[in-house]
Design a protein around this ligand. Structure first.
Ligand code: SF4
Length: 483
């Protein structure tokens, strides 16, 4: 690594949006130090793993990837491997023992240290590990290399004050810390000036934003303050907690024109007993009342959720409660997870773990219900016209473009001249599936540079001027998406 030629890097990311956002910062940091992106791990001088300790088997997958790179390291001793993120924070000692060819281990709180740690490896010839227990800098304060030029994630808070018994986040990301609103707004203004038209506000418990700040700052105020940001067409946020959803937040979603009609509201379980064991402080009836309030206030709302099957102690009756609440909530899509014990969490040592065969059978029933509800939400959209923000050429069909409605529906439609990534276009829906829609562009909308090239597109309203009624969402997990 002491050569003067430009070094290259490859970042592999596991886990949640927070991690993908952190990876953009890692890429930005490395590029600010002269690195450039490589096409693959095999052709890179440096591979960075940004890891997850929440998702099932994430640790096994990491060690599998690291094992694969061991032969590269033998062939090219100057090849560098860095591991950061939640798994690194949790597994720091074991990592350097189990994968002795790793050069740098860094935690969730000190992304910014990565370039310096790499330099220290060159100076000392020894692996470097640095894990901090508290946030050094918000990742949003670091340079960034965004995956898409027209869309950005903005961290508004980090960490979590809740104690859900299945979750490692409080232990790994620390207590909740919010950024000052003026800092968030300044970042968003900069992004918009740079061509960003959609931002997603990120926080582990995003809607409790501000409770740790002086001056009674609230999440609803933050949403409303973004309503006036000229050029910012879409505002999303993830993930909110059902217990932190006062009426004023619901009103802010309903009344702020650029806040999209999509809420991802983790339910986890529909059983009060299981919710209690999970230490989730709402109960099924309260959740359903919240769903009703949201749907009443935001008629075009798309609602998605997270569900865990087979939490310790879950009985058939508890599971039936989950099916009942899912059906009553009419979710448009759901991330469904099979419970897997995460080391260090209270649930991992509960002695009433559910047999894997029972969990599999319940999981299959839940997925079947979620698919049916997804299709039921999507079918009524056929024949209607929606504003779509174009994201990319479809992965499966190069003659198609893919994009998302305000309600986060994935839409595929045939390519047309003048329409490209970052542009807005009106699409008529011709076909619905549980996870995506297929349609046809009916006018050009806006070109990728953001200058009007067709009729102006009003927020989520169809050409007749009536509410677009995007009563669906496509927050489908990767792998479920058909392209
Ligand atoms: Fe984890 Fe619960 Fe906090 Fe979400 S709210 S990050 S599940 S502890």
């Amino acid at each position: 690594m002491s050569e003067r030629r430009q070094l290259t890097y490859f970042v592999r990311t596991f886990g949640c949006q927070m991690n993908f956002h952190d990876s953009e910062r890692i890429a930005g940091l490395l590029e600010s130090r002269g690195y450039r992106a490589a096409e693959s791990p095999e052709t890179a001088d440096l591979v960075v793993f940004n890891t997850c300790a929440v998702r099932e088997h994430a640790g096994d997958r990491l060690y599998g990837h690291l094992g694969h790179l061991a032969s590269l390291k033998r062939e090219r001793p100057e090849f560098r491997i860095a591991v950061g993120g939640c798994q690194a924070q949790m597994d720091r000692e074991r990592l350097l023992v189990k994968a002795s060819h790793v050069d740098v281990v860094f935690g969730t709180h000190n992304l910014a240290s990565l370039p310096d740690l790499l330099e220290r490896v060159e100076l000392t010839g020894r692996p470097q590990a640095e894990i901090l227990e508290e946030t050094e800098a918000f990742p949003s304060c670091l340079p960034s290399k965004r995956e898409r030029s027209f869309r950005a994630w903005v961290t508004v808070s980090k960490g979590c004050d809740n104690t859900c018994t299945f979750c490692v986040v409080p232990a790994l990301r620390g207590p909740e810390t919010s950024r000052r609103p003026e800092e968030v707004l300044a970042e968003i203004e900069g992004l918009v000036a740079d061509g960003v038209v959609e931002v997603t506000l990120l926080g582990q418990n995003v809607n409790s934003y501000g409770h740790d700040l002086s001056g009674r700052v609230k999440f609803s105020d933050l949403l409303r303050s973004l309503g006036g940001a000229e050029g910012l067409r879409r505002v999303r946020f993830t993930s909110p907690h059902p217990k932190d959803f006062p009426e004023e937040t619901i009103r802010a979603i309903a009344e702020t024109p650029n806040v999209c009609e999509h809420v991802h509201l983790p339910l986890q379980s529909g059983s009060d007993e299981v919710l209690r064991a999970m230490r989730r402080s709402y109960r099924a009836q309260r959740y359903l009342r919240l769903v009703e309030s949201l749907r009443n206030a935001v008629p075009d709302l798309a609602l998605t959720t997270d569900l865990i099957v087979g939490f310790p102690g879950e009985t058939e009756r508890d599971f039936a409660d989950t099916l009942r609440v899912v059906e009553a909530s009419r979710f448009d899509a759901a991330y469904t997870f099979i419970y897997s014990p995460r080391p260090g969490t209270p649930a991992a040592s509960m002695n009433n773990q559910v047999a894997p065969g029972v969990i599999q059978e319940r999981f299959a029933r839940l997925v079947e219900l979620v698919e049916r509800l997804g299709l039921e939400a999507n079918r009524p959209l056929v024949g209607r016209i929606f504003e779509v923000l174009v994201e990319e050429v479809s992965i499966k069909n190069p003659d198609r473009l893919s994009g998302r409605t305000r309600s986060n529906k994935l839409v595929h439609f045939p390519k047309r001249d003048g329409i490209g990534a970052g542009g807005f276009v009106q699409v008529r829906i011709d076909r619905a599936t549980p996870h995506y829609l297929v349609g046809e562009a009916v006018e050009r909308g806006r070109n990728p540079e953001g200058t009007a090239s067709g009729e102006a597109v009003d927020r989520g309203r169809n050409p007749e001027g009536t509410a677009s009624g995007e009563a669906g969402a496509a927050a489908v997990s990767a792998g479920e998406v058909s392209r």
